[in-house]
Design a protein around this ligand. Structure first.
Ligand code: PLP
Length: 372
């Protein structure tokens, strides 16, 4: 075998993630690696935490990036905040709600599943009913922006229901952070996790998380040890906690943290509200073009994600062939349908740096030609 360096073809990433990474973020990634306890790195970590708090709109002291992908952020919330034998109401309206159920069951807790159809948001009345049948539920868990379907659920109202019932809330904001309104403190979210590779347009592999004071209280009052050493937040916070005081917990992915810092700086410089508006504007542009091509959306406008557009594959069109043409002729990636939408839908992402007019134009041109 003749081994050579790996040079991937540059692609335009308009699928469900990873999204296009900004050149500024790629450049940050290639800066010199320094020690994860170097005073310069430690100073950067303080800034990174402050920028993350801005992105999440929170004052939560326990706000930090987990050195692992979004699934590890999900697991961080469940292993720290749920104990064996507890009940968790889990809303399932797509793939990632199902993954939450797995997390709950693997801890030895009981998942009370509230199912909604794929393509629909979480039904508030069903959640209220679940709490009335299980008033002892310790927590409500749901996905804010379901990437498998392109649906936005009402996080503010759901967290209010959790609070009304004395339960904590765990919110998946992997696809929502930076793309649509998300206000952790105003909405009373207790635990939230995201991913670096969606609307933050950073490289994959980091998961920002934030715990409210109430969540930290629950963690401190646990009767059992957190079942994961790596994800135990009381240990990780010796490294990511109190300003400036850092002791070794694990070797942070130093360069990936530079990249996350840069992507959050981009978000801060643009302004969160402006970023939300940009995603909306680019979605409108894409919608107009797709409608002209006769392509229909699966999700109702009222709860459609601007950053993840799930559309019906026109009758008689070969899914894989069209996606292949986009990739080979235009270096453009769009996403296939997942689960019940496999072979029936495409998922067109407009996430972070990908939510730009030139990307929308490329996607429409490429689709028009591939469908001709
Ligand atoms: N939750 C949602 C809503 C996601 O879209 C994803 C990834 O696509 C995840 C969780 C898991 O993130 P990761 O693939 O980074 O582990």
């Amino acid at each position: 075998m003749n081994f050579t360096s790996f040079h991937p073809t540059p692609r335009t990433l308009m699928g469900p993630g990873p999204s296009d990474v900004s050149p500024r973020v790629l450049s940050a990634l290639s800066r010199p690696t320094i020690g994860h306890l170097d005073p310069e790195f430690v100073a950067m970590m303080d800034e990174l935490k402050a920028l993350l708090k801005y992105a999440f709109q929170t004052e939560n002291e326990l706000t930090m990036p987990v050195s692992a992908p979004g699934s590890a952020g999900m697991e961080t919330c469940f292993v720290n905040l749920i104990e064996p034998g507890e009940k968790v109401i889990v809303c399932v309206n797509g793939v990632f709600g199902t993954r939450m159920v797995e997390n709950v069951e693997r801890i030895g807790a009981t998942a009370i599943v509230v199912n909604d159809d794929w393509g629909k948001p979480v039904d508030l009345e069903k959640v209220k009913k679940a709490f009335s049948e299980h008033p002892d539920a310790a927590c409500l868990a749901f996905v804010h922006a379901e990437t498998s379907t392109g649906v936005l659920s009402d996080a503010k109202a759901l967290c209010q229901i959790a609070r009304d019932n004395g339960a904590l809330s765990i919110v998946d904001a992997v696809t929502s952070l930076g793309g649509v309104e998300l206000r952790v403190d105003d909405w009373g979210i207790d635990a939230v996790y995201s991913g670096s590779q969606k609307c933050l347009s950073c490289v994959p592999g980091i998961s920002p998380v934030s715990f409210s004071p109430k969540a930290v209280e629950k963690l401190k009052g646990r009767k059992t040890k957190v079942p994961s050493w790596f994800l135990d937040q009381s240990l990780v916070m010796n490294y990511w906690g109190g300003e400036g005081k850092r002791t070794y917990h694990h070797t942070a992915p130093v360069n990936a943290m530079y990249a996350l810092h840069e992507s959050l700086l981009l978000l801060k410089q643009e302004g969160l509200e402006n970023a939300w508006q940009r995603h909306k504007d680019q979605h409108e542009l894409l919608k107009k073009g797709l409608t002209e091509l006769g392509i229909e959306f699966i999700v109702d406008e009222a709860y459609r994600l601007p950053q993840l557009n799930t559309v019906v594959i026109p009758a008689g069109v070969d899914d894989a062939e069209v996606r292949g043409k986009l990739l080979n002729n235009y270096n453009l990636e769009i996403g296939a349908g997942l689960g019940i939408f496999a072979g029936k839908a495409w998922r067109i992402g407009l996430m972070g740096y990908a939510a730009r007019e030139e990307n929308v134009a490329l996607c429409l041109t490429a689709l028009k030609s591939a469908l001709a």
